[in-house]
Structure formats: C-alpha cells, structure tokens
Design a binder for this molecule. Structure first.
Ligand SMILES: Nc1ncnc2c1ncn2[C@@H]1O[C@H](COP(=O)(O)OP(=O)(O)OP(=O)(O)O)[C@@H](O)[C@H]1O
Length: 293
C-alpha cells in the first residue's frame, strides 16, 4: 500500500520555489527527509498536509487525493511539528481529553504508557513545561490514536539524547506493522542512521537524491587520499569532491573504483550523514559533479 505520494508539486514564495516531481512512501517504511536550513522541508510537509496552498500538484494519502477536509484520512495521520502550538493554559490531561474526542481510535493505555515513558507531568499547565517536555507531549498525542502515517517535522529537536533514543525505538516498533509509514524531517541525522529505510534529500527546493539507505552503502564509497593522487580517480566516478592542498575526500560511485586504487586510497562506507553532507555542502574548495542517479 502506498501511504503517501506527491506528484508535480510546486509551491512558490518570494525568492523560493519548491518543486517535487514525484515522491512515494510505501507502508512499512520510514523515509527521512533531509536538507539544509531553508531547503524547503517544512514547506513540503505543510503542502502535503494542506496547511500551505500549493501552486499546483497532487498529494495522495493512502492512495486517495488529500486535502484538509478529508476527515477520514486525517484520523489516520499523526503529526509532530518542531514548534507544537498548543493552548498553553491547558494541562496535558485537559488537552488529551480534547484530542481524544477527535480521534475514533484513541488508545488511552498507549497514551498513558507514552506519558509514563517520557515522564510528562499531567498537572502542570503546558506553559510551565520545558520545551522538551512539550515536544514529548506532542509525540505522545500524535501516537496515541494509532495513526497509519506519521508525518514528523524535526520531532527530536529539543529532546535530550535519552528521549531521542526512546523515540527512535518507538518508531522502529511502529513500523513493525506493515500498515504503518513514517515521513520524518530531521537535522539530527544520527537519529535516523539505523532506522530510515529511505532518504530523500532536498536542496533549494529540489530533490537532489531519493534512495533507499542500503543503496547508499552498496553503491557509494568515500575515498580519501593525497591531493596529489586525486587525478588517478576517474572523473566520472566522483559525485562530490572536497580537496585541500594536502588531502582529498570524495564521494564516489563504487562500481567505477578499481581494486588497484586500494594501494593509493582509503575506502570507507558512507554513513547517511556523510553521504548527505558531501552532497549538499558547498565550500570554495569543493568540486561538485551532481546528478548522481
Ligand atoms: N510563509 C512564508 N512566507 C514566505 N517565505 C516562506 C514562508 N515559509 C517559508 N518560506 C521560505 O521558504 C523557504 C523554505 O523554508 P522551509 O521552512 O520550508 O525550510 P526548511 O528546510 O524547513 O528549513 P529549516 O531546516 O531551517 O527548518 C525559505 O526560504 C523560507 O524563507
């Protein structure tokens, strides 16, 4: 089942254009959405959820055209934003009662377990809670109605490392069910390193790479060596190159690397973070040979 698909989406602001020709996320998988500040991640998520008006394009959720009037589909979506906007005079238990009234599949026991796990105080007003606790509350509320699609915009910003670790474990068990999917924007790439099945990288409003994470390890390689030897590499194998006067580091296509290079260079498997940073960073000394797929 396709949980989320986007076709020919265009959204424009002054000096910014988001263009997403196609994006598909199947149930059973986690897709990480990565991109630098201002790349367009939140704009894409807002367009998907119909919180921002698209210039053109279509969004399908569970294979049905989606807009904010589709109440049945909204019942099956859990959303976490980086800056949750809650009525801050309410206590978590009061806000929970409101949310519970909206969602047919609300699971009180699950909500309680999440609140216990995250140690969310129920009797303070939300404005008295720490930033991280408000985020934990937002996560608990998003999960407690057992959504089939989780859409997360930097859900772990402000969480301590223990809470981030707990959250990642929750996501892993969430997608154990083949009906569940997660679309997850983050800057904390280490959080998704071992859990994301797919990675979509956007830069200046455009997808520059959308691939499964195994493919990153299987098809690409980080090559390091002396700057004097860099010309031994085939130009066509280099996707991104960072060079100083002494050394270089390159993201290369694995199938273009010859075994004899091992006497000159060090080969490493790229982490998602390394792959992403090499693709999107732009320094004066970097050479970029994009269009990788
Ligand atoms: N309501 C708006 N009006 C005008 N411009 C906007 C609006 N919202 C976003 N933008 C612009 O759209 C671009 C993309 O912003 P967006 O918030 O989607 O980036 P992002 O990838 O989520 O960034 P970050 O990682 O910093 O949160 C930026 O240039 C931003 O200034």
């Amino acid at each position: 089942m396709i949980a989320l698909s986007v076709r020919n989406l265009v959204k424009r602001y002054k000096n910014f254009k988001l263009e997403i020709p196609e994006l598909i996320l199947e149930s059973g998988y986690i897709m990480a959405l990565l991109g630098r500040n201002g790349a367009g991640k939140t704009t894409l998520i807002r367009c998907i959820l119909d919180f921002a008006k698209k210039e053109c394009g279509e969004v399908f959720i569970f294979q049905q055209p989606f807009d904010c009037d589709k109440v049945d589909i909204k019942q099956r979506i859990g959303i976490v934003f980086e800056n949750p906007v809650f009525p801050t005079h309410l206590k978590p238990k009061e806000l929970k009662e409101i949310m519970k009234g909206f969602y047919k599949s609300w699971d009180e026991k699950l909500y309680k377990n999440l609140c216990d796990l995250f140690e969310i105080e129920q009797n303070k007003s939300i404005f008295q809670l720490s930033k991280g606790t408000v985020m934990k509350l937002s996560i608990a509320l998003a999960l407690a109605h057992k959504p089939d699609l989780l859409i997360l915009d930097e859900p772990t910003s402000g969480l301590d490392p223990v809470a981030r670790n707990q959250f990642v474990e929750i996501l892993q068990s969430f997608v154990q069910s083949e009906e569940k999917a997660v679309f997850y924007s983050t800057h904390i790439v280490s959080d998704i390193e071992n859990v994301a099945d797919f990675v979509t990288i956007i830069d200046k409003g455009k997808i520059i790479c959308s691939t499964n994470t195994e493919e990153i390890q299987n098809s690409f390689c980080i090559v390091k060596g002396s700057a004097a030897d860099v010309d031994k590499l085939l130009k066509s194998s280099i996707i991104a190159l960072k060079k100083s006067s002494m050394i270089f580091e390159a993201l290369c296509k694995k199938n273009c690397l010859k075994d004899e290079f091992r006497s000159y260079f060090v080969f490493e498997k790229p982490s998602i973070e390394k792959f992403y940073v090499m693709l999107v960073r732009k320094d004066d000394n970097d050479e970029k040979v994009l269009d990788i797929m």
